[in-house]
Design a protein around this ligand. Structure first.
Ligand code: F6P
Length: 369
């Protein structure tokens, strides 16, 4: 960063940018927001795009971005920089060549003379961003993930686009479920939290929603299905979060839970629940897993707006030299919080939240009571 040029604009800035962890919609739109704002604010802007997230930063795999690289991105899904998973837990473990990964990243940062590193990432990536901050690098981060589980922000970009895809999957199941009079289970992503399933389940008109924050009892799930049958309903749709757990499992310690999951006979929780329902009721159950389609395709207009706003504010933080912060959405205002206030904390669904109560009042079952 240097002083002001004749135009009144600061003269120069050099920013590194990377996208890390699972991709999502609106990563490109977010980078566009950051870049366009920087190009407007500075006389000269150098953006270094690291390939495949922190891997590119470790191994000096990058490209110098052109202004034109940031055009036409608003609707483009995925990430133009590529991404990879570099688990936080492994950051202090030497790489295959015995190199210290954190030192490699710091060396690249300093070698390129970066003024700041802009990180677009979810939970694990934010922890690494915070680690790099502790190591003295200037970091500005942006909250990415379809899971919406980043602490400190009301919403992450990617979430609403994934809700759209998952809800559309449930919509499509509706017509076939109605025709056959079957029980259908749609397994929704979301890692260890139920945000995506809760929103997609309500939006798609699911009858039962099972999320990790509200452990289920299979007999109560079956009772809810029977209640629908008695009410003359020919079919039922259950939206199951990939991280959903039974009350029995939830009562176990973390380690025992992991061991139990490793021994599971089924590909995922939805199949296990399907088999249990079939066994108890003798009913035909079908399972649909939209999987990675939920992270794919164009961002919704909502996410385009959110990611643009977050991107613009991230650029403003860089201009103001306010590093070590993550931009967040709070009560529809974009602001920022210290990275250490969010890193390592999970934002889960509160089982007593009004949205859960509203769903219950509507007649939805969470399989718990
Ligand atoms: O964090 C985003 C997410 O899509 C989760 O919902 C899911 O559990 C996970 O990533 C899948 O990861 P991967 O793409 O590495 O299989």
């Amino acid at each position: 960063m240097t002083g002001k040029a004749k135009t009144g604009k600061p003269s120069r800035i050099r920013v590194g940018m990377l996208t890390s962890g699972g991709d999502c919609q609106a990563l490109n739109a977010t980078m566009r927001g950051v870049a366009k704002t920087l190009y407007n604010a500075y006389e000269s802007v150098d953006i270094i795009g690291f390939r495949d997230g922190y891997r590119g930063l470790m191994y000096e795999d990058y490209r110098r971005m052109l202004k034109s690289d940031f055009s036409g991105l608003l609707t483009r899904g995925g990430t133009m920089l590529g991404t990879s998973r570099q688990p936080f837990k492994q950051m202090r473990v030497p790489d295959a060549e015995g190199n210290n990964k954190v030192e490699l990243m710091k060396a690249t940062y300093h070698k390129l003379g970066l003024d700041c590193l802009c990180v677009l990432g979810g939970n694990g990536s934010q922890k690494t961003a915070n680690l790099l901050r502790e190591e003295g690098l200037n970091i500005v981060s942006l909250p990415k993930t379809i899971d919406n589980d980043l602490y400190g922000t009301d919403e992450t970009f990617g979430f609403q686009s994934a809700v759209e895809v998952a809800a559309t999957a449930i919509d499509c199941i509706h017509t076939t479920a109605a025709s056959h009079g079957r029980v259908f289970i749609v397994e929704v992503m979301g890692h260890k939290v139920g945000w995506l399933t809760l929103y997609a389940g309500i939006a798609g008109g699911a009858d039962i929603i099972l999320i990790p924050e509200i452990p289920y009892d299979i007999n109560i799930v079956v009772s809810a299905l029977k209640k629908r049958e008695r009410a003359g309903k020919r079919f039922s749709i259950i939206a199951v979060a990939e991280g959903a757990v039974s009350k029995e499992t939830a009562a176990l310690g973390k380690r025992a839970q992991k061991e139990k999951a490793a021994k599971r006979k089924y590909p995922s929780v939805a199949y296990e629940i399907g088999a249990e329902i079939s066994k108890i009721t003798g009913q035909e159950v079908r399972v649909t897993v939209p999987g990675h389609t939920q992270r794919g395709g164009a961002p919704t207009p909502y996410d385009r707006v959110l990611s643009t706003r977050l991107g613009v504010r991230a650029a403003r933080l860089i201009e103001e030299g306010r590093f070590g912060r993550m931009v967040v959405l709070k009560n529809n205002e974009v602001t920022s919080i210290p990275l250490e206030d969010s890193a390592g904390k999970l934002k889960t669904v509160d089982p007593n939240a009004s949205i859960v109560e509203e769903a219950r009042l509507l007649g939805l079952s969470f399989g718990d009571r």
